[in-house]
Ligand binder design. Structure first.
Ligand code: FNR
Length: 371
């Protein structure tokens, strides 16, 4: 019955052996300098499979866009070597790995950005929290500030940071890059009218609000070509204190515009998830279904899937690949477990963010009870 999960498919130029992907997951375990170290190499290697797709966690392209302490970066050349070791470990297992390029915008915090005040399309604060370090070096949740609205002339500078991040990702050997345009971070803040009150060419109409996202995609495509670039969106997602007055028009427009780039895939988070919390168990996967009729390339669906619902969305033809987050955290051999319908190890939310190998690289693979 799980057969459809293990049929071949494509993203861009890459043939995949199965359709179970690792969703991008911030785990806040990079080393000083926001550089991936041995722990991250081990974690990604454990989750790599031959012909499987990994989307590496949100990785900042800018020193001004950091929401979470110890989230990795790709804003400096020194970070490339750390990432190369992660990529090499995944490739050694025959896996594919895309890097998620990220700017947190108003969700950034000055304690993570060397005092730089967060920027956004408009001066409206999010009710989420950043994670920073206190004087003792302990992680603490910090309230977000009212951001400074970006001046028109500053916008191309951020687009350029995305381009440079894409270049460094290429130098590190990644197979492609995914623009993080979901979960209320900067491209999403421009896109949705609850967070964008601008009156210049980056605000107002849907095409104006989508301009930042499209320009960021153009920057990534200029480095990678369209078929090794992906975009992640969260239509109607509530994380980040997000709101749009007409999500189907807004996200439909984006999906339609993205057709011209021949992207590797469009990554769609179903709105039944708010960040890391389920808000509507087993609600139908409507976002992927709606966008399927508009977007012509592969769709990766994410958000609240289990084995059964993953098989169902593939069988219905509403997505090509299913990305798993929380189950993949606690089951490093998730594709094998889904293939054989082995039981899943439950995840421990308390070790999602920050810390050491505990709750990160110490989850066991499934042990057969053969007797
Ligand atoms: C996430 N999510 C997330 N999304 C994203 O685009 N970039 C990221 O870095 C993160 N970070 C992150 C950390 C943790 C600990 C969790 C649990 C989630 C969202 C994630 O990719 C996924 O969309 C959700 O977890 C829903 O999928 P599951 O967990 O229901 O399979």
């Amino acid at each position: 019955m799980s057969d459809i999960l293990f049929t071949k498919t494509h993203v861009g130029p890459y043939e995949l052996e199965h359709r179970v992907a690792l969703a991008p997951l911030t785990r806040m375990r990079s080393e000083p300098g926001d550089t991936p170290g041995d722990l991250m190499v081990e974690y990604y290697s454990q989750r790599a499979t031959a012909g499987g797709l990994i989307v590496a966690e949100a990785t900042s392209v800018s020193t001004t866009g950091i929401a979470y302490a110890n989230a990795p970066g790709v804003y400096a050349d020194a970070q490339v070597d750390g990432w190369r070791r992660v990529v090499d470990a995944v490739h050694a297992k025959g896996g594919r790995i895309f890097l998620q390029l990220w700017h947190a915008g108003r969700q950034a915090h000055p304690d993570n950005t060397k005092g730089v005040h967060p920027v956004a399309p408009s001066e409206l604060a999010s009710e989420e929290k950043a994670v920073t370090r206190d004087a003792q070096g302990q992680f603490v949740e910090s309230d977000l500030l009212v951001p400074r609205a970006l001046e028109l002339h500053e916008i191309p500078l951020i687009i350029e940071e995305f381009r440079l991040g894409a270049l460094r990702a290429k130098a590190a050997g990644f197979d492609g890059v995914e623009l993080h345009a979901a979960n209320g971070y900067l491209p999403d803040q421009f896109l949705q009218d609850g967070t964008n009150k601008r009156t210049d060419e980056y605000g107002g109409s849907i095409s104006n609000r989508a301009r930042f996202l499209i320009e960021a995609v153009e920057a990534l495509v200029s480095v990678w070509g369209g078929n090794r670039v992906a975009v992640r969106i969260s239509p109607s997602g509530q994380f980040g204190t997000m709101f749009d007055s007409d999500p189907s028009a807004t996200f439909g427009y984006v999906a339609e515009q993205l057709n011209r780039f021949n992207l590797a895939y469009l990554h769609v988070i179903e709105p039944r998830i708010k960040g890391v919390v389920e808000i509507e168990d087993n609600a139908p996967a409507t976002a992927s279904k709606n966008l399927r009729t508009i977007f012509h390339g592969p769709i990766v669906a994410a958000g609240g899937f289990d084995r059964e619902s993953a098989i169902a969305i593939l069988e219905e033809g509403d997505a090509d690949i299913v990305a798993f987050g929380r189950h993949y955290i606690s089951n490093p051999d998730l594709p094998e477990r889904l293939r054989h319908n082995f039981p899943l190890t439950p995840y421990d939310r308390s070790t999602f963010y920050g810390g050491d190998h505990k709750g990160y690289s110490d989850y066991p693979v499934y042990a057969h009870l053969d007797s």
